[in-house]
Design a protein around this ligand. Structure first.
Ligand code: CP
Ligand code: NVA
Length: 300
């Protein structure tokens, strides 16, 4: 038994990703959290992550305690380490949505219970697991499929690209200059096993792709840059013309919240190729599978 955390999706091996996705789809979830709690800290807003995590915990027999960031004030009232040590006194697992990624790293470094990154400025691994679950449900397997991410290479894009690489999807990323993956990102995605295309041309990424994915152009914490980003991302809207370049049975995914008319046209977001609500529901199933898997690894 080894204590495991999920701070980025490549904390899991490809076989472990498969095990989590299989657990997500297993009927009759084991009551691994009976009489136990899970602490969920949110430094940023959340609709999907908070609700899907709380309900995943309930489905495993446990009790979720959601905590607003200012209640624990990580690194203001006390250190990330002491917040984690405190929550681990009462809970079987800790989830945290934070600005700086190093906060979840520092929590995991001292916690004796699993720590799950519920989104940081760098990564959104829980979203990536739900993305992969949705793609696997739609196509049956990942073999020979390609995912095209169009927009800002942000937390969601990074975790999606790494996760897709792990399971053998081919990865295409189209971003405006200055908003694409760093050299370290490219190395990490390729190290995870991907055939990777990085381009400034959305059409090149979308050509023949099986999945077209979009996220907001200004993430939480970047609100002051929203107007400048709107200009920088002109031409990066996923619209019907772009979807027409993808495979005829391609699907559209978005982690949500969506800004229709910016990163995605309403006709695509709400159109027949869109699986955004299946994906939103899958957040709960994927995180339930993840919690089962993490707790089965955890000592004691
Ligand atoms: N996709 C996602 O993480 O949504 P929330 O920010 O609402 O949790
Ligand atoms: N990239 C977005 C994702 C929201 C779920 C953000 O960080 O705000």
């Amino acid at each position: 038994m080894t204590l495991r955390h999920l701070l980025e999706v490549d904390d899991l091996t490809p076989d472990e990703v498969t095990a989590v996705l299989d657990a997500a789809e297993a009927p009759d979830p084991p009551q691994v959290l009976a009489r136990k709690g899970v602490a969920l800290v949110f430094e940023k807003p959340s609709a999907r992550t908070r609700n899907s995590m709380e309900m995943a915990v309930v489905q495993l027999g446990g009790h979720p305690v959601s905590i607003r960031g200012e209640e624990v004030a990580i690194d203001v009232r006390e250190s990330a380490e002491d917040v984690a040590r405190t929550l681990a006194c009462y809970h079987a697992a800790i989830g945290a949505r934070v600005f700086e990624h190093d906060k979840v790293e520092r929590m995991a470094a001292v916690s004796h219970v699993p720590v799950v990154n519920l989104l940081s400025d760098d990564a959104h691994p829980c979203q990536a697991l739900a993305d992969l679950l949705t793609i696997r449900q739609r196509f049956g397997s990942f073999a020979g499929r390609a995912v095209a991410y169009v927009g800002d290479f942000n937390n969601v894009a990074r975790s999606l690209a790494i996760g897709a690489a792990l399971v053998g999807l081919s990865v295409r990323v189209a971003c405006p200059p200055g908003h694409g993956p760093s050299a370290a990102d490219v190395d990490r995605i390729r190290a995870a096993g991907a055939e990777l295309l990085v381009t400034h041309r959305p059409e090149e990424a979308a050509d023949g792709a099986d999945v077209v994915y979009a996220d907001v152009w200004a993430s939480m914490g970047q609100e002051a840059e929203a107007a400048a980003r709107k200009l920088a991302f002109e031409g990066f809207t996923v619209d019907d013309a772009l979807m027409a370049r993808a495979a005829s049975d391609a699907v559209f995914l978005h982690c949500l919240p969506a800004h229709r008319g910016d990163e995605v046209a309403a006709s695509v977001c709400d159109g027949p190729q869109s699986l955004i609500w299946q994906l939103a529901e899958n957040r709960m199933h994927a995180q339930r599978g993840l919690l089962v898997w993490l707790l089965q690894q955890a000592p004691g």
